[in-house]
Ligand binder design. Structure first.
Ligand SMILES: CC(C)(COP(=O)(O)OP(=O)(O)OC[C@H]1O[C@@H](n2cnc3c(N)ncnc32)[C@H](O)[C@@H]1OP(=O)(O)O)[C@@H](O)C(=O)NCCC(=O)NCCS
Length: 165
């Protein structure tokens, strides 16, 4: 199987990207964690994917993963994300059928490379504090908890995560 991570291209479908996000986040939704990507509409996918950069992963040419990243700035809802020398990561999912094969790790590695190339000194993210498997997933990859926040409308409190580049 050939894995390719690339930037989103104009021919990519936001409908397909949205379906992938829904599939990836379904398990979290079933746990009662209403992450935006559980049921976001296509316009939300488009807006978040075009805010900065968006990566997609293909296995033998099939779309199986995505990760969006954008530069921090004054529009961010939480103070920790307002740094212009940091990139925020979000909208991160891998098709459940091909998880645990390194697709997520490849997306994260490419995101770090893109952020570093753009002059960022840190990458930032967040996840539900009760999703301990995800917090551990990030920790094993060099991320650490830098704060917490309760995003409006969410059923859960989130931890803010950072990794120095
Ligand atoms: C989080 C997510 C994106 C990770 O994607 P993934 O492709 O499964 O991630 P990876 O394959 O890189 O790593 C997952 C685990 O599989 C293991 N793994 C990687 N390649 C492997 C292989 N070839 N064989 C066996 N295991 C492997 C990794 O070691 C890792 O385990 P570890 O954290 O104990 O090291 C994915 O699980 C997902 O879409 N989850 C739902 C949505 C979500 O949680 N998004 C993030 C919200 S913050």
């Amino acid at each position: 199987m050939t894995l390719r991570v690339r930037a989103l291209e104009p021919t990519d479908s936001f409908t397909a990207l949205t379906a992938l996000l829904h599939a990836g986040y379904a398990r979290l939704g079933a746990l009662g964690l209403n992450y935006t990507a559980v049921d976001q509409d296509v316009e939300t996918t488009r807006r978040r994917a075009t805010r900065g950069a968006c990566l997609v992963a293909e296995l033998d040419g099939r779309l199986v993963g995505t990760l969006a990243l954008w530069r921090g700035g004054p529009d961010e809802e939480t103070e920790r994300f307002r740094r212009a020398d940091a990139f925020v990561l979000g909208q991160f999912a891998v098709d459940p059928a091909v998880q645990r094969r390194g697709v997520g790790a490849a997306l994260l590695a490419e995101a770090e490379r893109v952020a570093r190339a753009a002059g960022a000194v840190e990458v930032l993210g967040d996840t539900a504090e009760t999703a301990t498997h995800l917090v551990e997933y990030y920790r094993r990859r060099g991320w650490y908890v830098v704060g917490s926040v309760h995003w409006p409308g969410k059923t859960y409190r989130s931890v803010l995560l950072a990794k120095a580049l």
